[in-house]
Design a protein around this ligand. Structure first.
Ligand code: FNR
Length: 371
């Protein structure tokens, strides 16, 4: 298949893996390591890819593909494909335009973006840039969701939620799996947590210098179930919880009023040894029934990965590190091109499988290589 030319994209890039390979030369070694690394021995990071490789396909012959498409509705908003951009901290580490480049690409490709609490542009700047880009292209504004890291003071968390509501964000994503994680990168000059400026107490999640955790403010202020209930009572926006792996937790979150879940192991960056989200999807789907949409992330790199996740119970997937790779290589054009590549792969895989619509994708189309 010949792709249309994308100005600014170097020749020879035809897959997300190509972007990953090309990105290293565009990034400072310490930034490259920060983006790529997983926690500990990186067993969970490796599992995120290995889990997809354990599945193959059983295509239906002679299926009727007429009138097919990849569109879906999530929380009342039409998405062109079951693919969103995962929340990523500090996108200016990869490109000076950072989140603004990403949201412009999201607007061009009508793709949802989850904007991180730790974005290096304010959530208002990102929303404005998305709206302006969509208007210039004559397209609807891209669905924007705000990812919340709860802050030590509830009024600070609430202020972030109110700002997101005022800026037209359509959902809140509460990330619950990164309250305590390995030390991160020392930010270079010019890259900062733009949304948190002016707060007097900011939640730093990193364990300082491998120090003790329990009994310190780090553990004592870690979010609890009562915080989820509180947040639910404070906003009418759809509320998703990101970073659960267990069916029991997922069911409890739905019981607390979560409208959706993002099954995730945070890209293998927090607790080494946890399974991949793909492997846990089935159990979470069983535990929650069809009560809320399940999304997943971790290791999604090809269109066939998207199909596998949907076949195992996901409504949509999110893309993490590839955003940073494409951003580093070619800014907005790179991210738009990467989304386009993934969507064309998704469509090709669906057509080859005999699935004209997302509804036609089911576990009957999967083959387990390991039996
Ligand atoms: C992340 N992730 C993340 N998650 C979140 O909820 N808030 C955040 O600010 C960040 N920041 C962040 C930075 C970097 C550099 C990485 C690699 C990851 C996790 C992210 O949303 C997602 O869960 C994983 O990245 C998905 O895995 P893949 O697609 O990177 O394999």
């Amino acid at each position: 298949m010949t792709l249309p030319p994308h100005p600014g994209v170097p020749p020879g890039i035809a897959t997300l893996a190509d972007y990953e390979t090309a990105a290293q030369a565009h990034l400072e070694p310490k930034v490259w390591r920060h983006i790529q690394e997983g926690a500990g021995t990186e067993r969970s990071l490796a599992e995120n890819r290995a889990a997809f490789a354990r599945w193959g396909f059983l295509p239906r012959a002679l299926a009727d593909l007429r009138g097919g498409g990849t569109g879906l509705t999530l929380f009342g908003h039409r998405h062109a494909a079951p693919l969103l951009l995962a929340p990523m901290a500090y996108q200016r580490l990869a490109h000076p335009d950072g989140e603004l480049a990403v949201v412009r690409a999201a607007a061009a490709l009508e793709t949802g973006m989850v904007v991180s609490t730790l974005a290096s542009m304010t959530l208002e700047q990102v929303a404005d840039a998305g709206r302006e880009a969509a208007a210039a292209l004559g397209k609807p504004s891209p669905p924007l969701w705000f990812q919340l890291y709860l802050q030590p003071d509830r009024q600070d968390s609430l202020a972030l939620v109110r700002r997101a509501e005022a800026s037209g964000y359509e959902a809140i994503v509460l990330t619950v799996d990164a309250a305590i994680k390995p030390a991160g990168i020392t930010l270079p000059a010019g890259v900062e947590a733009a949304n948190l400026m002016g707060m007097h107490r900011i939640r730093h999640t990193a364990v300082p210098g491998g120090g003790i955790v329990l009994g310190t403010p780090l553990a004592d202020t870690a979010p609890r179930w009562e915080d989820l209930e509180w947040l639910r009572s404070e906003t009418r926006l759809p509320l998703l919880v990101k970073g659960m792996l267990l069916g029991g937790d997922a069911a409890q979150a739905v019981g607390c009023g979560a409208d959706g879940l993002i099954i995730s192991n945070h890209g293998g960056r927090v607790l080494d040894g946890v399974p991949s989200a793909l492997d846990m999807l089935g159990a979470v789907a069983d535990a929650t029934g069809a009560r809320v949409p399940l999304l997943m992330d971790g290791g999604v790199r090809t269109g066939s990965d998207v199909v596998k996740a949907l076949a195992l119970g996901a409504s949509a997937v999110l893309l993490g590190r590839p955003q940073m790779h494409a951003l580093a290589v070619a800014g907005m054009a790179g991210v738009a091109h990467a989304i386009h590549l993934l969507r064309t792969e998704l469509e090709a895989t669906m057509a080859q499988l005999g699935c004209g619509t997302l509804d036609a994708i089911s576990s009957e189309r999967l083959w387990a290589f390991d039996g």
